[in-house]
Design a binder for this molecule. Structure first.
Ligand code: F6P
Length: 359
């Protein structure tokens, strides 16, 4: 029996009522909608007490909490960001981190922790469950839509809508000046946002990390399009897009303190090359964190609400080590292990559809 469990005494799950919730990693629209649904279903249907941890794992370790009730969550459904705050980082970063988490679970008398997070947070959740037997359940979040095991993550469709609205606006100014617009979207090492927003926004080309691009070919296609008297092109580029090795001089990579490569800025390199090789006037638009801000779409609000209700129900089924996922229209449990160390690439069939409309 793990140490933290022994401290709770015999039969720790006899009265399953205290549930901790945290939001980890980058924020995204819909986090509050998930928390609200957990609280509503937990408090009203199961009679649970829900405790929120502030600033992700830092809050668990330092016992920085806030009560989460139907009353405190009122009005938060359309609110972007997270009422709990969030941070990157993990209890495994320091020697005493895991022991501190175990101490918090024991001392606060928690029966479960629900981790709402992306690849990094779900990997930590999996390790705490697998290696230390902690009663953890995950909810997959990220605008990047790159978590394996779920058809979709919440926040993704909102980010796509924001990017699409931006591309719609860029068409008219690009056409007025007969310019090439290079629009950079987020997504880390996956091209889901780029592909969806490219199709929805009628992009001339979409460059994604899954398929290295040849800048010469990009320029050839743009020139051909202009020769056919079609002016103004929108090139959507995912921040993690990569050129065919050796074909383009990229700036040196920098890394954050967790060893993740810092993305952002590839659009500048691409725009410079397009202007130099084609002579077309070219401008850059980096959408950046705008894609993570503001209110979730109706689709995401519904998905978040379904995820939240399913997550607290899974707590009552003792579904430790699992996350709630969307599969074929259903919300079902799946092992957290699926999300560890992998990321879901863009469906090639979807990218083929985007390509139909390329220059
Ligand atoms: O994972 C979500 C995401 O928005 C990525 O698309 C992006 O690369 C990264 O987070 C940005 O991180 P930060 O908010 O730390 O700059």
């Amino acid at each position: 029996m793990p140490g933290w469990l022994a401290r709770r005494g015999a039969d720790p799950y006899a009265h399953l009522v205290r549930v901790g919730v945290l939001t980890g990693g980058g924020d995204c629209p819909g986090l509050n909608a998930v928390i609200r649904a957990i609280v509503r279903q937990g408090e009203r249907i199961h009679g649970d007490e829900i405790i929120g941890f502030l600033d992700a794992w830092d809050g668990v370790r330092a016992r920085k909490t806030m009560p989460l009730t139907v009353e405190t969550m009122r009005g938060t459904l359309p609110k972007g960001g997270t009422v709990l705050g969030t941070k990157r980082g993990s209890p495994f970063d320091t020697e005493s981190g895991v022991e501190e988490v175990a101490g918090t679970i024991a001392d606060l008398g928690l029966d479960a922790i629900i981790v709402i997070g992306g690849n990094g947070s779900l990997t930590v959740a999996h390790a705490l469950h697998e290696q230390h037997g902690m009663p953890i359940i995950g909810v997959p979040k990220t605008i990047d839509n790159d978590i394996v095991g779920t058809d979709v993550t919440f926040g993704f469709h909102t980010a796509v809508q924001i990017a699409t609205d931006a591309i719609d606006r860029l068409h008219t100014t690009a056409e007025s000046h007969d310019r090439v617009m290079v629009v950079e979207v987020m997504g880390r090492h996956s091209g889901w946002i780029a592909t969806y927003a490219g199709i929805a926004g009628g992009a001339t080309m979409v460059l994604i990390p899954e398929i290295p691009f040849d800048i010469e070919e990009v320029c050839r296609r743009l020139s051909r399009r202009h020769e056919r008297n079609r002016f103004a092109s929108i090139v959507v580029v995912a921040e993690g897009a990569e050129p065919v090795p050796g074909s383009l001089d990229m700036h040196d990579r920098t890394y954050d303190r967790f060893g993740h490569v810092l993305l952002g800025g590839i659009s500048d390199v691409i725009a410079r090359e397009i202007a130099a090789r084609t002579g077309f006037e070219t401008r850059v638009v980096m959408l950046g964190h705008v894609q993570r801000g503001g209110t979730p779409t109706a689709y995401d609000r519904v998905l978040c609400t379904r995820f939240g209700v399913a997550a607290i129900n899974l707590v009552h089924e003792h579904g430790w080590g699992q996350m709630v996922v969307a599969r074929g229209g259903e919300i079902v449990p799946a092992p957290l292990a699926l999300a560890v160390g992998r990321s879901k690439p863009v469906d090639p069939a979807l990218y083929d559809v985007a390509q139909v409309f390329f220059a």
